[in-house]
Write a protein that binds this ligand. Structure first.
Ligand code: SF4
Length: 253
C-alpha cells in the first residue's frame, strides 16, 4: 500500500470505528488490510483487554511485546497466563545484546536515574530500537491507548496514518475508560497483572515504575523522579512523525 492508500484507508476506518464494538473494530481492520497487523502489548490492563478481543474475534494479528530485560516478575507471570488461557504466542522482541552491553558499561546498571539523557539512552536501546524491529513490515499498529490517559491523547483519532513510521495506527480503546477496561477484564476473566491491585496502574520497567497515590494521575508512577515536561521515550509519534509527549513514556502501548 502507498502512503496515499494508507491515509485514505485510515480515514475510512476512523469513521467506522465509532459505531463498532471492540471485536467489531478488530474485524474491520482485518477485513480492510491485507498485510501484517501488529499489536504491541505491554501486558497491562488495556492491552490484556485487546488480546482477549483478538482471541474472541479470531483475527490474524501479530501480538508482540518488548522484553526490555527489566520487567517485573509479575509481568512475566501474566504473559505466561495469557498464552496458556488463549492458546496463543506473544512474540518477544529483545534489545540488541551488544547495545545493552555498551549501555551498561557506559552508564552502569541503573544509570537511567542519574540524567534524562541516560534514561533516554536506556529507553532507546531497550524499547525504541526493538519497537522499530517489531513494527518493521507492518501495515497497521494496534495500541491500547485511551484518550483520557493524558492531555495530548484527547486529540488523537481512532485510526490515523502515522507518516513517521509509514503505517496505520489504530487505537481501538480510544473511547474506553480505565473503569470500563477493568470491568471488562473482570467479567471475562482476562488475566491481569497483580500489580494493578497494588496501585501500579501503568506498568513498565520495574526500576522505572512505582505505585501511585490516591489522586495522582494514572501515569504518575512512570519515571517519577523526572520533570514532568521531560518525560518522553519516543515510542509514539504524531501524524507528522514528531515525537509525542506522553506524560510518562510508553511501553509500546
Ligand atoms: S523504562 Fe527505565 S529500565 Fe526501561 S528502558 Fe526506559 S530507562 Fe531503561
Amino acid at each position: 500500500m502507498t502512503f496515499a492508500d494508507k491515509t485514505s484507508l485510515a480515514g475510512a476506518l476512523n469513521g467506522t470505528f465509532a459505531s463498532l464494538d471492540l471485536v467489531g473494530r478488530l474485524r474491520a481492520l482485518r477485513a480492510q488490510v491485507a498485510g501484517r497487523i501488529a499489536f504491541t502489548t505491554s501486558l497491562g490492563l488495556e492491552d490484556q483487554v485487546i488480546t482477549h478481543a483478538i482471541a474472541e474475534a479470531g483475527v490474524d494479528v501479530d501480538i508482540v511485546t518488548l522484553d526490555t530485560g527489566r520487567l517485573f516478575p509479575q509481568t512475566y507471570q501474566v504473559w505466561a497466563a495469557t498464552e496458556a488461557k488463549y492458546g496463543l504466542k506473544i512474540r518477544a522482541f529483545y534489545p540488541q545484546t551488544e547495545a545493552v552491553e555498551q549501555l551498561v558499561t557506559a552508564q552502569g546498571i541503573d544509570g537511567f536515574y542519574h540524567a534524562v539523557s541516560a534514561r533516554e539512552a536506556c529507553c532507546h536501546v531497550r524499547k525504541v530500537e526493538p519497537l522499530a524491529r517489531a513494527l518493521n513490515g507492518a501495515d497497521v499498529w494496534i495500541t491500547g491507548l485511551r484518550a483520557d490517559q493524558s492531555g495530548h491523547r484527547q486529540g488523537m483519532g481512532f485510526v490515523t496514518f502515522e507518516a513517521g513510521r509509514g503505517l496505520i495506527k489504530a487505537n481501538p480503546l480510544l473511547d474506553w475508560t480505565r473503569e470500563a477496561a477493568a470491568q471488562f477484564a473482570a467479567q471475562h476473566e482476562v488475566p491481569i497483572n497483580e500489580l494493578h491491585a497494588q496501585g501500579f496502574l501503568s506498568i513498565g520497567c520495574a526500576p522505572c515504575t512505582r505505585a501511585i497515590k490516591a489522586g495522582e494521575p494514572e501515569r504518575a508512577g512512570r519515571w517519577w523522579w523526572e520533570d514532568e515536561a521531560k518525560k518522553e521515550c519516543g515510542l509514539h509519534v504524531d501524524a507528522q512523525g514528531r515525537l509525542v509527549r506522553t506524560g510518562a513514556g510508553e511501553n509500546a502501548s
